[in-house]
Structures are given as C-alpha cells and as structure tokens.
Ligand binder design. Structure first.
Ligand SMILES: O=C[C@H](O)[C@H](O)COP(=O)(O)O
Ligand SMILES: C=C(OP(=O)(O)O)C(=O)O
Ligand SMILES: [Mn+2]
Length: 402
C-alpha cells in the first residue's frame, strides 16, 4: 500500500546561502538566461519532493549499516532521462533493485537498505567541456537537467528551464517509487529510497527547506544526496552545502584521496559522529584500491567516525573500447569490489554494500556474462553516459562478491 506522505512540515529557506558564493566546479553556464530569476524563484517555492519522515527512516537504516547490522545497495542509471518517467519504466527499475537486493539479503543473511539512483539523477560531471561525436566537437552532455543528449550545438546549450523539467520528472518518478513501498519501515522495506549526485548548486540549493519543529535544514530534492569525486574539494561549495543539511549523505572517495583529506571530510560532514549520517563510496579502481584504501580506513576509524563503507567498483574501471564506446569489464568490477570487502574486513570494518550503475533491461554496455566481448556491445548500448550492468551481470557481481 502506498504510504501517506506528509510534505508540509518544511518551510521555505529564505536566507542567502553562504555556499553559493564559494568556488564550485562542474556548474552550468546559464545565469545570463532572461528567465533565470523567475525559474529560480519557482523552484524555491516548489513543494519538497521527499518528506522528513522518509529521510529520517533512510538515515536510521544507514545507521544500522554503519554499525554492521545491515547492508546497503545503491543502484540505477548513470544518467536518468526525462523520457523514462512513465510508471512502467519506473516500476521496472524498482523491481530490478528489489531483485538484486533480495539476492544480497539471501547471501549475507542481513537486511538491505535500498537506494535507487533515480528521481533526480539528471546532472553529470564530465572530464572535458567538449566531446567529439561523429567527428564534430560539441559541448559535453551534462545530464538532461543541464542540456540535451542530442548531438547538436544548439541542443547542447545550458538551459535553466531544464531545472523545472528535472523537478517535474523527479516528482513523477518518486510518486511511482512510493507506490511500491510496503510501508513497513521496521523491516527496512520502506525503500528504495531515492538518491542522486547533488551536483548543480542552483537546483539543489533552491530545494533546501527548514524543518519547522527542529530548525534543521534538509535537502528536499532526494532522501540521500552524494558529492561526486570531482566536487569534493574541502573549501568548495558542495562540501559547505552538505555540512549544513541534515540528510544522510555520501561522498565518493577516489584513488587520489589521502587519509588526511578523508578525515577532514568526515569532520566537516559528520561532526557529531552519527551512525548513518555519512557514507563513503569508495571508487578507486581495481589496482589503486590495494594501496590507497587501507590507510584511509584506519585513519577514519582512528578519528572515530561511524561511516557506512560501500564500494562503487565501476567508476575507477572505465575503459574505451575500440569502437570508441566507454565500457567496463565485469571481471574488473568484481575484482575491485572483492578487494574492497577484503580490505574492510581485514581492518575490522563492515563492507556494507555496493553502489552500481545498473539497467533494468538487457543492455549490452559492460563486457561479461551474456556480453562475451567488446564486439557484442553494439546490440543494445543505450546509456546516456556511463556503461551500466544488465540485471544478470549485476546479480553475478553480488554472487561473486558476497
Ligand atoms: O558518471 C560519471 C561521470 O559523469 C562520467 O564518468 C564522466 O565521464 P567522462 O569521462 O566521459 O566525462
Ligand atoms: C559521476 C559519478 O561518479 P564519480 O563522481 O565517482 O566519478 C557517477 O556516480 O555517475
Ligand atoms: Mn557514472
């Protein structure tokens, strides 16, 4: 039965946010747009997409995982599309997440807190401002919240109207996600909760609201926002904004992160040492993880932060196939996730789970299982950004790692 959601407990946040004046990378160029102020005002007055009670339950579930008593899965598209908001597509994604989570629950004997990379995963950080498509240099696709996937210079302009479309698309998706909830949060079956990279500050900041009763600020665009590998600089806007919100939050931790930086991130983002507040999403690559992770785990443990440790074994293992397509090999993904688990357990920590880019359909974007080699990628290569596992490949990863 769908849960009744109370969204009226938040009031609008009016004050100028200090983080909006700090440096930030990967932001759209659209402030000259004639309707920018109107769009921002509309978003600032929009209803929250998620409820305080839901955010609180997500945090509680993550708290159990921080203490070693539950598992966590975060699964979904690299980049969602506005054209995928229909109920059939969304329920396919939710059912796929449920299937993969059930497998992890079976294998570990623990409950699994489920998060969809969905209802807001519309903005992408990119390694370059330009990409070459069919010999033509174009501004990079930055997610449908910012510009169009269509390989055309006009369509690739950054358009702030897209923030409103992203909000509406997210609202449609979350409505469908809620329809799948059992309502029994006691069994952690209230999810999947939704999660996305909170990248575009104009969008995310406009959706921060204050809880009337406690005075706490919440990001109401999602239950669980995370900071990506490219925007986790200690002095920059994303870290500052995340330090001010009360949601459970994540930070990607890549191969260049050092123990001091990660401990500083923990101090800034989890000053009260709250189990479930901070999830570190490790994405180092199958080679670097062997050197880089253990010192970080030790430093975080010494500093006493009860973080949730999960592995994103995909973003550090992307390769370019001969065709020019980005791909990932399932064997490499398994290798990194297995190393992650081994290193965490050797250090006496809980390897709580995985963060995977996975499709609900039989795409052929990663090599492994039903996709024997790179020649087989062309059959159903449908992603808007990074290559996703198909459901069978994802189940294979769970079976191999846990
Ligand atoms: O999803 C993550 C990033 O947006 C993506 O990995 C960046 O890819 P790029 O190197 O093609 O820009
Ligand atoms: C951008 C992403 O990852 P990262 O920040 O780890 O590169 C992502 O999760 O799609
Ligand atoms: Mn990605």
């Amino acid at each position: 039965m769908p849960q009744t959601v109370k969204l009226t407990e938040f009031t609008q946040t009016q004050t100028a946010a200090p983080w909006m004046t700090l440096p930030a990378t990967q932001q759209p160029h659209w402030h000259h747009h004639p309707d920018y102020d109107l769009i921002e005002a509309e978003l600032s007055g929009a209803l929250p997409l998620v409820a305080h009670s839901e955010i609180r339950e997500a945090k509680r579930a993550l708290g159990l995982a921080a203490l070693g008593e539950a598992r966590v899965l975060q699964l979904g598209d690299c980049a969602e599309s506005f054209s995928d908001v229909d109920p059939v597509t969304t329920s396919g994604k939710v059912r796929n997440i449920g299937r993969i989570a059930s497998r992890l629950a079976e294998r570990t004997g623990q409950q699994v807190a489920r998060f969809g990379r969905m209802a807001g995963q519309y903005a992408k950080p990119r390694s370059s401002n330009f990409e070459t498509i069919d010999g033509v240099d174009l501004p990079s696709f930055r997610g449908e919240l910012v510009n169009s996937f269509e390989p055309d210079v006009f369509a690739r302009r950054h358009d702030p109207e897209r923030m409103l479309q992203a909000y509406d698309a997210s609202a449609s998706v979350i409505r469908e996600v809620r329809a799948h909830w059992s309502g029994s949060v006691e069994e952690l079956s209230g999810g999947p909760w939704v999660a996305h990279e909170a990248l575009v500050l104009d969008y995310e900041n406009a959706l921060i609201r204050t809880d009337e009763r406690t005075g706490e600020q919440f990001l109401t665009s999602t239950h669980f926002p995370w900071i990506g590998e490219r925007t986790r600089q200690l002095e920059n806007a994303h870290v500052s904004m995340f330090s001010a919100i009360a949601n459970p939050i994540g930070v990607k931790v890549g191969p260049t992160a050092d123990p001091e930086t990660v401990v500083r991130l923990c101090q800034l983002l989890d000053p009260r040492h709250t189990p479930g507040r901070l999830t570190l999403i490790v994405r180092m690559g199958r080679e670097d993880i062997h050197v880089a992770l253990a010192p970080i785990v030790r430093a975080v443990q010494r500093a006493g932060h009860p973080v949730v440790w999960i592995s994103d074994p995909m973003h550090g293992n992307t390769v370019t196939a001969e065709s020019g397509r980005k791909t990932r090999h399932v064997t490499h993904i398994i290798e990194e996730a297995t190393a992650f688990r081994h290193i965490l357990e050797t250090e006496g920590a809980h390897a709580a789970g995985l963060h995977l880019e996975v499709a609900a359909t039989d795409v052929t974007e990663c090599v492994g299982g039903s996709v024997p080699d790179e020649n087989a990628l062309s059959a159903r290569y449908e992603t808007l950004c990074d290559p996703r596992l198909n459901p069978e490949q994802a189940l294979g990863v769970i079976d191999s790692v846990f």
